[in-house]
Design a protein around this ligand. Structure first.
Ligand SMILES: *Cc1c(COP(=O)(O)O)cnc(C)c1O
Length: 490
């Protein structure tokens, strides 16, 4: 399968690339991103054939359908990482919380957040490609908390790839910070910066445009790649669990093959929702995809009114920080799929120049055939966490909780909804402890203990162990010293 560009081709780059090329250099003409030229048709026959398949066997079949140019032994090694999840036979449990509400738990990997679903296998694929080509890659990441740990974990000790990861000191949870600063491997560098997430991101942009940095990369024969969800190498792994979750509902007797369901996705950069969109296009019986947000509700506004408007908006810090985003990169892939490359280029140019674009009535109708959206503020999120625990004994994190609002408000038909749970309760414990016990301002370790006691559960060992691990990545610097730190590292 070939990959083409969302904003059309500039005549200088190849008009279509392979999967591995799209992974190694994810940016394309006019600032666009790569999308599959066509999608495979899977349909009911595929679903029927995989009703008895393991997660890994299903994943292999989806990758085969995409006909990716990756050796099958590399794919085998990549998918083997799902064996490191809590239950190798069931890496993604789907739990019935109430009659019509199922939670697909995407957080049972090593860093306890759904980023592992794609980044775990992606690390093997990227490192293997780099080795086969005899090339060195550098991945730069700015993180507000979940991408950082998952990126470091997957590339730890892997050949031909280095990772430098910037995080805002004081801007992540204790658990997230410890997951990064205790990562001990020569190919990893973690740098805290004095400032917030925007400062970390702008420091990264400054670095990328620095001539000294560029020439050092050339001298070291090092290429830059990206591990965020503009990289299709992540998206490909994010379609699988949507199909898996649907099949789980069939296996649990809640639906029959062919019945429709709602997918309900807590969305930031829209990679997770895009995976659901592609699964639907490939034939998964989905009524609609519900896009759940927090108070940074640009996506709610887009789906309801057709206007993407970030004029005068500032990011609001919420209890679901992985969704504190204004520019949601993967929406572009949906625009491309619905409206084509010329229109996508036009809309993205409007967003860059004027910080706003407007879909016309026909375009909005097309968008609303697939998506519906709602958002929950922090108070509502806390109420959902408390109520769901008290009524159903189910613990969930703030990102997951935003979906409960859309489940109530967006379904037009009485069909079951699959809510995607993107983080374990351990990652945002102070918010959850406050919802359960009323006590606020706790440190993570105290909040973890109080939740475990209240819910009569245990703190998973990899989280508890973090608090005793030595800090090996102690660098916390000012913005202007980032370049020196990164150059010293490479
Ligand atoms: C990354 C992340 C999200 C947002 O996912 P997108 O694919 O970027 O929309 C939601 N919740 C958690 C916990 C995350 O880490």
């Amino acid at each position: 399968m070939k990959f083409i560009e969302t904003r059309g081709n500039d005549g200088h780059r190849p008009s279509a690339v392979t999967f591995s090329q799209a992974i190694l250099s994810p940016m394309s003409s006019f600032g666009g991103i790569y999308v599959p030229e066509t999608l495979p048709a899977l349909g009911d026959a595929f679903l029927r054939a995989h009703l008895g398949s393991s997660y890994k066997a299903l994943a292999r079949a989806v990758l085969d359908a995409f006909d990716v140019d990756i050796d099958s032994d590399v794919i085998e090694r990549a998918l083997a990482l799902y064996d490191g999840f809590d239950d190798p036979a069931q890496p993604v449990p789907v739990v019935r919380v109430r009659d019509d509400l199922f939670v697909s738990e995407l957080y049972h990997g090593p860093t306890r957040a759904f980023k592992d679903m794609a980044l775990q296998p992606f690390g093997v694929v990227l490192s293997s490609l780099a080795q086969a080509r005899g090339e060195q890659y550098l991945i730069l990441a700015a993180t507000s908390g979940d991408t950082g740990p998952a990126t470091l974990e997957t590339f730890k000790g892997r050949a031909n790839v280095k990772v430098a990861c910037l995080y805002p000191d004081g801007g992540t949870s204790d658990v997230q910070r410890l997951q990064m600063v205790t990562e001990d491997a020569g190919n990893l560098k973690v740098i805290g910066i004095h400032g917030d997430f925007d400062d970390a991101q702008s420091a990264l942009k400054t670095l990328l445009s620095s001539a000294t940095f560029q020439s050092t990369l050339r001298e070291r024969h090092t290429h830059l790649s990206a591990a965020n969800s503009v990289n299709f190498g992540r998206i490909i792994f994010q379609q699988i669990y949507h199909i898996h979750s649907y099949l789980e509902l069939v296996r649990q007797g809640a639906i029959a093959i062919g019945d429709k369901v709602y997918l309900n996705v807590p969305s930031g950069n829209f990679g997770n929702a895009l995976g659901g969109y592609y699964a639907m296009k490939m034939g998964l019986p989905v009524e609609k995809i519900l896009i759940s947000s927090n108070s940074n509700n640009v996506l709610t506004e887009l789906v309801r009114s057709g206007t993407y408007d970030i004029r005068g908006r500032k990011v609001i810090a919420t209890s679901s920080p992985a969704m504190d985003i204004l520019k949601s990169s993967n929406v572009e892939r949906v625009l491309y799929d619905l409206f084509g490359p010329e229109r996508t280029r036009e809309l993205m140019a409007e967003l860059d120049e004027h910080r706003v674009y407007r879909l016309n009535d026909d375009e909005l109708t097309a968008l609303q055939l697939v998506f519906a959206a709602d958002y929950a503020d922090d108070a509502e999120v806390e109420a959902y966490i408390q109520d769901t625990f008290q009524t159903h004994g189910y613990l969930m994190d703030p990102h997951t909780a935003t979906c409960f609002k859309a489940h109530a408000s967006c379904r037009e038909k009485p069909l079951p909804g699959i809510v995607y749970s993107t983080a374990e309760w351990t990652k945002f414990s102070p918010t959850i402890a406050r919802a359960l016990t009323g006590e606020s301002g706790q440190h993570d370790i105290d909040a973890l203990k109080s939740i475990a006691a209240t819910a009569k559960t245990v703190i998973p060992p990899m989280i508890e162990a973090l608090f005793d691990k030595p800090v090996v990545q102690g660098a916390v610097v000012d913005k202007q010293d980032i370049e020196r730190e990164v150059l010293a590292f490479i």
